[in-house]
Design a protein around this ligand. Structure first.
Ligand code: NAD
Ligand code: IPM
Ligand code: MN
Length: 355
């Protein structure tokens, strides 16, 4: 029996609902399949924790987390109580950076049983590779003066090392998929960092002559994603472009509530972190309405990360069967609650098919 120690951070808002739902599903999967067991350690780090302790996580939080095999996170943010830039940089981005989770991997594919907003959704299956450690999300900058003369400056940071790392990952991933990588650029308007991004893209593309490489400016790419999502295979993007494109990818699937993501520490030196694409959704939090599929699909990415591919496939199949039966939350046109969807997926896994 393989035992995996995972730190669980539900965080804020719907994270507190979808994380327990996903954990129940994972525990059922492990019970039914055997061979793997998760040992969960629940941590209260969140905006409520901040209001009590003045920090999103303890000073030695990263040292504490380091001993785990992975971090399973819900969502962070309670903007009515704590400014977003403090809560996110104090917890989510602190872990991403502290643990050198330099890549953020986010699949988006057409799923049967979920109505895409596209009138004629062809089957699409896209893997977004988002640079996760630098780019537009930098801590370099500042504000000067106050009032009418006020100026704010934020410097974007692009290193050859980080760009190359993301691009090489994208090309390697494409080799075992459809063999096509698209780079998201904006080198017509952004004159230093994006031409550099393009240069590195051409260098890396030359290392993979069997993979088709092309690039689009982010504006045209966004339009093409909506008009022809089936055109794309792997898309590599900077931190901010990747952030925006992956909410778009989620929307093309039919809801931001179903999109998964993995923050990967490439060297394996620190734990990787698994969290859905969506945020804490304050508008629906506490109502048992949140779609748990994003968190559950994220759990599949965690299983894949540990090499438990068969279990990951079973999990996604169970999600698919539940959708096909019409057991869904309201964001995808259903009438079921978070707990009912999670229970139906558990029943699917244990071979009972009644809700
Ligand atoms: P959001 O993703 O929380 O919500 C956007 C919209 O999608 C809302 O209408 C929400 O109800 C809906 N939605 C999101 N997840 C859903 C789900 N699982 N099921 C059904 N509907 C769902 O984005 P936002 O409103 O911009 O951000 C809210 C808070 O979350 C902010 O504090 C923001 O900074 C934070 N945030 C955190 C993360 C993260 O922790 N990874 C990601 C994005 C946003
Ligand atoms: C995401 C989120 C975060 C990001 C925010 C909350 C800082 O939107 O993971 O997609 O932009 O990285
Ligand atoms: Mn985002």
């Amino acid at each position: 029996m393989k035992n995996l120690k995972v730190a669980v951070i539900p965080g804020d808002g719907i994270g507190k609902e979808v994380v327990p739902a996903a954990i129940h599903v994972l525990d059922t999967l492990c019970r039914v399949r055997g061979g793997l067991k998760f040992q969960w350690t629940w941590l209260p780090w969140s905006c409520d924790y901040y209001l009590e302790h003045g920090e999103m996580m303890p000073d030695d939080g990263l040292a504490f987390l380091k001993k785990f095999d992975a971090v399973f996170l819900g969502s962070v943010g309670d903007p009515a109580k704590v400014p977003d830039h403090l809560s996110l940089w104090g917890l989510l981005i602190n872990i991403r950076r502290g643990f050198e989770q330099t890549l953020n991997i986010r699949p988006a594919k057409y799923l049967d049983g979920i109505a895409s907003p596209l009138a004629h959704p062809d089957n699409f299956d896209i893997l977004f590779v988002r640079e996760n450690s630098e780019g537009e999300y930098s801590e370099i900058g500042g504000r000067i003066f106050r009032g009418d003369n006020e100026i704010a400056i934020q410097n974007a940071v692009f290193s050859r090392r980080a760009i190359k790392r993301a691009m090489r990952y994208a090309f390697k991933a494409a080799e075992s998929r459809k063999g096509h990588v698209t780079s998201a650029t904006k080198s017509n308007g952004i004159t230093y960092t994006m031409p550099f991004w393009d240069e590195v893209f051409h260098e890396v593309a030359a290392e993979f002559p069997d993979v088709r490489a092309d690039q689009f400016h982010i504006d045209a790419l966004s339009a093409k994603l909506v008009m022809h999502p089936e055109f794309f295979d792997v898309i590599v993007a900077s931190n901010l472009f990747g952030d925006i494109l992956t909410d778009l990818g989620a929307a093309l699937m039919g809801s931001i509530g179903i999109a998964p993501s993995a923050n990967i520490n490439m060297a394996g030196e620190f734990p990787s972190m698994f969290e859905p694409v969506h945020g804490s959704a304050p508008d629906i939090a506490g109502k048992n309405l949140a779609n748990p599929i994003g968190q559950i699909w994220t759990a599949k990415m965690m299983l894949d990360h540990f090499g438990a591919f068969e279990m990951g496939k079973l999990l996604l199949d169970a999600v698919q069967h539940t959708l096909e039966k019409g057991i869904k939350t309201p964001d995808i046109g259903g009438r079921n609650t978070t707990d009912e969807v999670a229970k139906a997926i558990q029943d699917e896994l244990s071979g009972q098919h009644e809700l």
